[in-house]
Design a protein around this ligand. Structure first.
Ligand code: GLY
Length: 354
């Protein structure tokens, strides 16, 4: 088992290893005195892993309850959040009790936000069951729900007390879910880690998923330690997200987040003027991981969609631009230049047939 220690307003460990889901209660009991807990999952994950996690927590001495909501990004809203909070209230959770977020990014964000606001804030533990959650969203304390006026627009920074990542669960994911998470790992490689990028380029890293997760979490640990509340450097973690967010909005959220971030990373590199050889490497890396490189939305529609991004501050949006594999920089762009920005990125990719 690998342990990565996160230093933030709450310090905690990220545990990565095989067979951890059945030890999630025992591992949690080492950092949280057994208490009442609410295990929150979507109905798909609840069916797959709810019993095992509940048994593990009960065995470790927790009074473990469960709440499941309908799977999908469409559930990530105030209504579902209200249902989670009501279930917690009806189960009699107090300020010293615990939420367990069992699932992917939607569950982690929403259960984490419920923990952040219930009784003015209680502890929570993340048990990510998707690669995307394991490499990114379960670490760093961002919690939120989507609103009609934008994704993740209402939320809070609330660090978990522990993250338990079972790599057997990740290896059992359907191919589409693995690809979706691989995109965030590709992002991490382009941002900071040429060796990780080279591993992902092979498309044959599933036997080394613990290493992929550990490398991404280690980088995120360093960024979060320096900028927990996202006022500066943490914006780098949004590589591919401005372009990707626009793709997600244009698709009415039918394109998965990772798929959009992967294509968005390539668009960012194209806009940044990266050399053809690097663009081909990024494009080939996405393809090697079953990810699309382009979507059929025109630049004006993408630019309009990008305006609903919460990363926009006033009339300016901060782009993350790759310089080389393993190095990126932040660049501010007036929002009225977004149409030209999307146009340039799409033209470059079109010309190179990427
Ligand atoms: N997922 C980006 C961040 O945690 O800042």
């Amino acid at each position: 088992m690998r342990t990565i220690h996160i230093t933030a307003s709450t310090n905690y460990d990220v545990l990565i290893g095989t067979g951890l889901i059945d030890k999630s209660g025992e591992l949690t009991a080492k950092v949280v005195k057994p208490c009442r807990c609410m295990i929150v999952a979507d109905d798909t994950v609840d069916e797959l892993y709810g019993d095992r996690v509940q048994i593990s927590f009960s065995y470790a001495g927790f009074d473990a309850r469960r709440f499941a909501f309908p799977a999908g990004e469409a559930s990530k809203n105030l209504d579902t959040l209200g249902d989670i909070l009501t279930a917690m209230g009806e189960a009699g959770l107090s300020r010293s009790d615990l939420v367990v977020a069992l699932g992917g990014g939607v569950t982690g964000d929403m259960a984490g936000f419920a923990a952040a606001i219930y009784a003015r804030g209680i502890r929570f533990v993340q048990v990510p069951t998707t690669l995307l959650a394991a490499v990114d969203s379960s670490v760093g304390g961002k919690t939120a729900v989507d609103m009609p006026f934008g994704k993740n627009m209402v939320g809070a920074f609330h660090q978990p007390s522990l993250v338990v990542t079972d790599t057997d669960v990740l290896r059992d994911l359907p191919a589409e879910q693995l690809s979706n998470g691989a995109a965030e790992a590709v992002k991490c490689g382009v941002l900071n880690d040429p060796e990780l990028f080279a591993l992902l380029e092979t498309g044959d890293w599933q036997g080394r998923v613990d290493e992929v997760v550990a490398r991404c979490v280690t980088y995120k640990r360093d960024v979060v330690a320096r900028d927990e509340f996202d006022t500066g450097e943490r914006a780098l973690l949004n590589l591919g997200h401005t372009f990707g967010h626009a793709i997600e909005v244009c698709s009415n959220l039918t394109v998965l987040h990772g798929q959009a971030v992967g294509a968005g990373t390539l668009m960012a590199a194209a806009y940044a003027g990266c050399p053809e050889a690097m663009l081909r490497r990024v494009s080939d890396c996405l393809k090697a991981n079953g990810l699309p490189t382009r979507f059929p939305y025109p630049a004006p529609a993408l630019a309009r969609a990008a305006l609903s991004d919460k990363k926009r501050a006033g009339g300016v949006i901060t782009l993350v631009l790759p310089l080389e594999i393993g190095r990126c920089e932040l660049q501010k762009l007036p929002v009225d230049q977004l149409p030209a920005c999307f146009e340039k990125a799409l033209n470059v990719l079109e010309a190179l047939d990427l």
